[in-house]
Design a binder for this molecule. Structure first.
Ligand code: BGC
Length: 365
């Protein structure tokens, strides 16, 4: 069992469970599927996205607008604002239901706080698809489409290790710090769990030392995925633990936070450590090519949106969308899932990985 149920209210307990490999999968019941027996070709499709905390969300909105239109649907794409985000999204989903959306695709702002709205959607006969982030503790979510989040974490953990070995060939042990994502995002503990699968054994055998001692997900979390929060935590760590010690590597869960961490280190006048990332954001790809940030993850948003729209097209015809994983239990049920494979990117393989991306490919030349 690789994927676990997560509750945002009991994040620490769940993180512990996740890290100790406990399973909640068997607790799931297979809820009734909300598949509609087909619907009109020009039906209204709602897309509720979280606030724009990283470039992938900005890209997704436009791709959904364009893709749903090209497929003949009436797309209704909404974002949660920068504040009152949960309330915003709850209101937007309710309004999509009222307006008669046949499918509602949700990138949850807080996966634990949408139970009422997805029930409302189901009661009205709409199909609910969780996009990128799982919706927790409700039977009223029909499908989940995402990149393999745990694999993302594993790739990040491995990249941190490999990057440090390459950068410091003479060192046998390395000093590192750990950052994780926002605790209201169901993905954050999954990324962390994947990374710790690789890093924990190396902490245990003394190869890695987290000098601050902060290894618990509660200590490493970055509220709201906000770069200013990562930057101020890194500032504090440098002052408390690295005045006379070298920092060799930092596990960063995404690119926005990676750049904030790098900023902090540079401002302190220290050498940039090996820093991981995720999302292939333009500024981070530039930084990787310049030899500053070490790695990112290629999770092509175009492919993920395309797959979500494919699910809508299958439902429109009255068919069951294709799924390839039964590993995601949202605390109440195993949600039928389609996972796409993420890819690790460093300077070495960037040109190859982004060869088909007209925006990123030129940056690797
Ligand atoms: C997404 C990441 C993103 C993060 C912050 C996560 O749920 O999977 O790609 O970096 O949210 O926006």
């Amino acid at each position: 069992m690789r994927k676990l149920a997560i509750t945002t209210t009991a994040i620490a307990a769940i993180a512990l469970m996740a890290l100790s490999g406990c399973s909640t999968r068997d607790a799931g019941t297979s809820g009734k599927s909300g598949d509609a027996a087909g619907f009109a070709k020009d039906a209204r499709i709602g897309v509720a996205l979280p606030s724009k905390t990283s470039e992938n969300w900005v890209l997704a909105g436009q791709l959904f607008e364009d893709g749903l239109k090209a497929a003949g649907f009436k797309g209704d794409v909404q974002y949660a604002g920068a504040s009152s985000t949960v309330a915003d999204q709850q209101g937007q989903i309710s309004s999509m239901v009222t307006k008669g959306a046949k499918v509602i695709i949700i990138g949850a702002q807080d996966g634990g706080q949408l139970g009422t709205q997805v029930k409302q959607a189901h009661d009205a006969g709409a199909v609910v698809i969780a996009y990128d982030r799982l919706i927790l503790n409700t039977k009223d979510v029909d499908y989940y489409v995402a990149y393999d989040n745990e694999k993302v974490g594993e790739l990040q953990g491995q990249a941190l290790l490999d990057g440090m070995k390459k950068k410091f060939p003479d060192k046998k042990t390395f000093n590192i710090e750990l950052f994780s994502g926002s605790s209201d995002d169901a993905n954050a503990p999954v990324f962390f769990k994947g990374a710790m699968k690789i890093l924990q054994p190396k902490i245990d055998d003394g190869t890695l030392k987290v000098v601050s001692g902060q290894t618990d997900i509660k200590q490493t979390a970055t509220a709201g995925w906000k770069p200013e929060n990562a930057q101020s935590r890194m500032d504090a760590l440098l002052t408390s633990s690295y005045t006379s010690t070298e920092l060799d590597g930092v596990l960063s869960p995404n690119d926005t936070l990676a750049r904030a961490i790098i900023n902090s280190v540079q401002k302190a006048g220290k050498d940039v450590p090996v820093v991981t990332g995720q999302d292939s954001e333009v500024e981070s790809v530039k930084s990787i090519m310049a030899g500053i940030q070490y790695s990112t993850i290629n999770k092509d948003t175009r492919a993920l949106v395309k797959h979500a729209i494919q699910m809508v097209q299958d439902l429109q015809k009255g068919n069951k969308p294709e799924t390839n994983s039964t590993e995601y239990n949202n605390g109440v049920k195993v949600v039928p899932t389609y996972l796409l494979p993420p890819e690790l990117v460093t300077k070495d393989n960037a040109a190859e990985s982004y060869a088909n991306d007209p925006k990123l490919a030129p940056l690797t030349k």
